[in-house]
Design a protein around this ligand. Sequence first.
Ligand code: GCB
Length: 575
Amino acid sequence: MPVPSSFNDVGQDAQLRSFVGWVWYEREAVLPQRWTQDLGTRVVLRIGSAHYYAIVWVNGVHVAEHEGGHLPFEADISKLVQSGPLSSCRITIAINNTLTPHTLPPGTILYKTDTSKYPKGYFVQDINFDFFNYAGLHRSVILYTTPTTYIDDITVTTGVDQDTGLVNYQIFTQGSEHVQLDVHLLDADGRVVADGAGGRGQLQVPAAHLWWPYLMHEHPAYLYSLEVRMTAQTEDGPVADFYTLPVGIRTVAVTESQFLINGKPFYFHGVNKHEDSDVRGKGFDWALLMKDFNLLRWLGANAFRTSHYPYAEEVMQLCDRYGIVVIDECPGVGIVLPQSYGNASLQHHLQVMEELVRRDKNHPAVVMWSVANEPTSSLKPAGYYLKTVIAHTKALDPTRPVTFVTNSNFKGDLGAPYVDVICVNSYYSWYHDYGHLEVIQLQLSTQFENWYRTYHKPIIQSEYGAETIAGFHEDPPLMFTEEYQKSLLEQYHLVLDQKRKEYVVGELIWNFADFMTNQSPQRPVGNRKGIFTRQRQPKSAAFLLRERYWKLANETRYHPSVAKSQCLGNSPFTL
Ligand code: GCB
C-alpha cells in the first residue's frame, strides 16, 4: 500500500473500499550508523496523519498510540534503535477507521440483527457528515533526528506599532536547563533586521513589511525568517540545535461589523475545500496541491476554510507563502447526537484543539479557528460544550478569533453567543424550496438580518451552492445543470453585495471541487457542488466566480494614502 494515500481506492477490491476495522502497515527502514551509535542523537518517528486510531510499534515494541485522523504525532525511538548492533528498524502501524459517538468526527456502528435481512454479525458504519470516510496513512511518515538537547517548540505572535513590526517569541527546549538561545530575524533578502537572546522576548522591526492577503496588497504574503540557534553544554560535550521559522507580521481583529487584517477591512472571497481526489482519496499529493493553488489564484480567491478537518502542513505553508487566508477547522463535523456532547467527547475535542493550535499557531495565513461544522447547536448540552471548546481555544491562542459554523436557527443557537464571527451555511433553493430561485433574495436577506439583529457580530456566508453535473445544460435553468448553479450563485451575490456594505465580511462557495461521499440516492458518485470537477476542470460557475472575485479584489483592496511613500498607485488587478 503506497504512503501517503488512502487505502480505499487503490485496490480493485470492493471490500477494501468500504472496509471498517483494523488495517496494518509495516516497513523496514535501514538507519545511518550515526543515528544508531551516537547516543547524543535523538531519533524521532513522525506520523503526519493516520486515520483514525493508530498504534505504533518499532522493532515489535509499542511506542505510540494516537486518536484522531488529521493531526501529526511522534515517538522518540532513540532507545530502541540504539540498544543493539542492528541498524534496521521495523515500523508497524495498525490503524482503525471506526468512528463512535465520542470520536471526532463522530459516527455510530449500527448492528443489523434481523437475520431475515442480514447475515450474522452484519454491521455498517453510520456517519452524519457528507464526505467519504477515507482511511490509512494520509500524510508522510518520516524519521528525523535532533540532538538530545533540542528546540522543542516555538510560539510567535506579532503586532504592529505605527510602522514598527513587533515579533514576540517564546522558545521551549528539552534535555537541559542550561541552554543558550540566540535569535535573528532575517528579511526576505536574507538581511538580519533584529536580534534577540533567551527563551522569550520581543523583536522590533522598523519600517516592517506586513503580511498581507493575496490581492489585498501589491506585495502580499511577505515573510521574514526567525532563526533560532540553541547551544548547550551537556555531560556529552557541547550541543547545538538550529531551527528556522517563516514569520509573517500581521494583526487580526474583529469589530461589530468588520474583520480587520492589519487594521484594514478584509472581505473573505473564497472557497471551502476537501482533501479529496481520484485514486489517492485523502492522500497528500504535491502535484494536486499545486494545481489547487494555481486554481485558487486564477479564481482570485483570497481565502478558504479547511472544511471539515485540519489539512496537511504543506497546505498551510503554501497559504503563508501565497497569502491565502485560512479559517482553520478542526474535525468537529457531524456532532449531532446527544451522546456526542458528553464528557468523553468534550475532553477529546479539547485535546484536538490543543494539537491543532500547537501545529498551526505560527501560520500568519491562519486568521480564525473553527471548532465545529454544523453541530446541533440548539440541543441543550451543546451550549456548555461549545462554550467550553471556544473558551479553551481562546486560552490556547488569545490572538485569533474563534468561531463554529452553524446551520441552526438564529433563535435557538446556544453556541452563537460565544463566537467572534457568525459563520452561517444555507442552501436556499437547493435543500429548501428547490427549483425556486426566485425566493433566494428574500430568504437570504432575512437570514442575515435575523443574525445581525440578534448578535451584532460580523457574518460570513460560510457555505452556499448547488449540486451540478458538469456537462448538464438546460435553459431556463433546471436543478443539477451548470445554468442552475450559476443562477443560484447570482441570486446569492445580489444580496451579498448589499449586506457586505453593512456587516457581511465574507462568502465561501460550497465547494471548490466535487468530492467523494458515502453512496446515497442524493449523491451521484459523490457530492457535485464543486465549481471544479473532481479532476479540477471548471464548470460554468467557476468563470462567474472568477469575474466576481477579481472585481471584489479591486473594490476591497487596501489603498495606502497617496502621501505615503509605499503608495501602490491605482492600477487595478487584471484577470
Ligand atoms: C453542508 C455541510 C457540507 C455538505 C454540504 C452539502 O451543510 O456542511 O459538509 O457537503 O452541506 O452539499 O450538503
